[in-house]
Unconditional design. Structure first.
Length: 169
């Protein structure tokens, strides 16, 4: 012990092992970590990316299949944010992909403002809002491109389909 660690103290040896040592994982543990990390990466891409040609979000399954096709290696020890950029770059030759935000103009009638206002206001960044004389509300909301479908679904649920939306350029 004295030759390897330059000490006989169990506490000092333990510190050295913890700080400088490597953790050995089983193949199963490593695979599980990779799967969890890949799921988080896909979640971020699905939430924030869209097809720049159609201006619609890519479905989760399309992203997952493109990752397999691109042969992207997910490192279980690197941070997710660092790997998202690499994965997006690897996917671009396979599927059109843009990490963008969209601005959506929303008009909610006074009948549904109670439920729908909170959805519109809290879903993204509210850039502008205006209350009309008839009690209706018009706002401009900036959201991640991949969240458009969820945004429309929640607004339609809150207003029973009586909402006007338009994507702004």
């Amino acid at each position: 012990m004295d030759e390897v660690f330059n000490t006989n103290s169990i506490k000092e040896i333990s510190k050295i092992i913890i700080i400088k040592g490597d953790v050995q994982l089983t193949t199963e543990q490593r695979h599980e970590m990779q799967e969890k990390k890949q799921k988080r990466i896909v979640d971020i891409i699905v939430k924030n990316a869209m097809d720049p040609q159609t201006k619609t979000p890519h479905p989760r399954q399309r992203i997952e299949l493109a990752i397999k096709e691109a042969g992207v290696h997910i490192d279980p020890f690197k941070p997710v944010d660092e790997q998202v950029k690499l994965v997006v770059e690897a996917l671009r030759p396979i599927i059109p992909l843009a990490m963008e935000q969209v601005k959506i103009s929303v008009k909610i009638s006074s009948l549904y403002i109670g439920k729908a206002y909170g959805v519109a206001r809290n879903f993204g960044v509210l850039e502008r809002e205006d209350w009309q004389s008839d009690g209706s509300w018009i706002g401009i909301v900036r959201i991640p491109a991949g969240m458009q479908t969820d945004f429309y679904d929640k607004l339609n649920d809150a207003t029973k389909g009586n909402v006007e939306t338009r994507i702004l350029k």
